[in-house]
Design a protein around this ligand. Structure first.
Ligand code: MG
Ligand code: MG
Length: 248
């Protein structure tokens, strides 16, 4: 069942989203060559807990860190560790924040030093996919309108759209209904209503859509070794507009 949120609940998710957005900007400022992914993770953990909030991903299904950090051909669910970031890398950072029981979820891909034009284009198109999807996430539309907007924009650029993972409802749990595929899927196609809080999150590969999970049981990687990008926001749907909750 899709849980519609009332005003107090959306206010709570908005407060959680604000802490998340502040963490995002700290990470963006800190990101540079020579840093390890574990150092970025510690930065996020320290800030989130300093705000009396909880990093949602830590211990979720036994995930060992606060952030998922996925570099270059890694799509999602990368585990922070000793890896040193190098100029030319693109880094996808996914994070969740729980504040007073309310959960927000957001991701972005950022460059380290000088990156290739190919990487820049992939990041730009993936972020555009997110915003085109958000534009369709409005009262009266259906979930498939979001999927279609994301899918059409990515494939128009020749990119692969990851199918195994998708967006979702969020707020009281990290993953709630409805599922929001980034491709046109024959499954349920609920109407979008006021009170829905949705995490929309295109995962786009520069090559084919094929992926696999590494031996660590978490890290999802492109099969052809191509670069991958990931952008996500949590949004709340109102009668006459949709608000992004994970931005400053
Ligand atoms: Mg996320
Ligand atoms: Mg998500």
């Amino acid at each position: 069942m899709i849980q519609l949120k009332n005003k107090e609940e959306i206010d709570g998710i908005r407060r959680s989203g604000r802490i998340l957005a502040e963490t995002r900007s700290l990470l963006t400022e800190a990101l540079r060559e020579g840093l390890t992914t574990a150092e970025l993770d510690a930065l996020a953990y320290n800030y989130i807990t300093s705000q009396n909030a909880i990093p949602t991903f830590l211990h979720y299904s036994n995930f060992p860190a606060s952030l998922c950090i996925s570099v270059n051909d890694e799509v999602i669910h990368g585990i922070p560790g000793k890896r040193v970031l190098l100029s030319g890398d693109i880094v996808s950072i996914d994070l969740g924040v729980t504040y007073k029981g309310f959960i927000s979820d957001s991701a972005f891909t950022a460059p380290v030093g000088r990156i290739s034009r190919e990487a820049e284009r992939l990041m730009k198109v993936t972020e555009e996919c997110l915003h085109l999807g958000i534009q369709e996430a409005r009262t009266g539309n259906r979930i498939k309108d979001v999927s279609k907007a994301v899918y059409n924009h990515a494939t128009r650029h020749g990119y692969g759209v990851v199918r195994e993972y998708c967006g979702h409802g969020v707020g009281k749990e990290l993953h709630e209904e409805p599922q929001i595929p980034n491709y046109i899927h024959p499954g349920p196609n609920p109407r979008i209503k006021p009170g829905m809080v949705l995490a929309i999150e295109p995962m786009i590969n520069a090559g084919t859509d094929d992926i696999y999970v590494k031996d660590d049981g978490w890290t999802v990687v492109t099969l052809d070794g191509s670069l991958s990008a990931h952008f996500e926001h949590t949004v709340a749907v109102f009668q006459d507009h949709t608000e992004i909750l994970t931005t400053l």
